[in-house]
Design a protein around this ligand. Structure first.
Ligand SMILES: *Cc1c(COP(=O)(O)O)cnc(C)c1O
Length: 223
């Protein structure tokens, strides 16, 4: 059995060599695991539930960059804002307006989440709904929210070519949104794609942020 430290250094080197950053997804895992990775120098961690993040956050060092990666309900925005450095799941105009309203004086970085998989999902923008959102923001700008890129999840399948095609689609969405709406904003630069089962494909397709849990930490136990 390789130790966590060995597995971490192999994975983080692989991700860095591809020019991307690693977000370790720690949902369901105890704070001790996060502390161990923190001691190894890791700072970017992802959680997908507000209640779990609220429980873990006060027990851990303040210089962790927390990534919120799950669907965010509007009534949880005020709780999550003080805790996170990047919200990956910006999936509606109403959510972005709520974040903007609750941000008070700080700046909040958000990614636009697109639905690129074949599976049905209630969440994630289409090219068309994303365009409407961006046009509305152009008309009536957000004061505190800074959109810094896109995020998406591929279909859960062994078909690597399908996964590659979906990530390619997300990269194309990123490029056309940048061209049309963020040409003068170098901070619009992130493509969050790739999880344990498909991060290698995502890195090949230009991911800048991979979100990896089980490959590093083992299977999750939800009970
Ligand atoms: C759980 C989760 C991940 C990590 O999944 P693994 O397959 O364990 O790497 C990545 N992204 C999102 C949005 C998740 O909810």
């Amino acid at each position: 059995m390789p130790t966590l430290s060995d597995a971490y250094s192999t994975l983080s080197r692989e991700v860095a060599a591809a020019g991307a950053r690693l977000v370790v997804v720690t949902k369901t895992h105890p704070v001790e695991v996060i502390r161990e990775l923190y001691e190894l120098g890791h700072r970017d961690f992802g959680e997908n539930r507000v209640s779990e993040l609220e429980e873990k956050h006060p027990q851990l060092p303040k210089d962790i960059n927390w990534h919120f990666i799950g669907h965010l309900q509007r009534n949880k925005v005020k709780n999550v804002l003080p805790l996170v450095s990047l919200i990956h799941s910006g999936d509606s105009l109403r959510l972005l307006r709520e974040i903007d309203k609750r941000a008070s004086d700080r700046r909040v970085d958000v990614l636009l989440q697109y639905h690129i998989a074949e599976e049905e999902s209630k969440y994630g923008l289409t090219v068309e709904s994303g365009r409407q959102l961006l046009e509305s923001i152009r008309e009536q700008p957000l004061k505190h929210v800074r959109i810094v890129g896109v995020m998406g999840m591929a279909t859960y399948t062994d078909d690597k070519e399908q996964v590659a095609q979906e990530f390619r689609t997300l990269h194309e969405i990123y490029s056309s949104v940048k061209e049309e709406f963020f040409l003068d904003e170098p901070t619009f630069s992130e493509i969050s794609m790739g999880m344990s089962g498909d991060y290698e494909v995502a890195l090949q397709q230009g991911s800048t942020l991979v979100r990896i849990g089980s490959r590093l930490l083992g299977e999750r136990n939800y009970d």
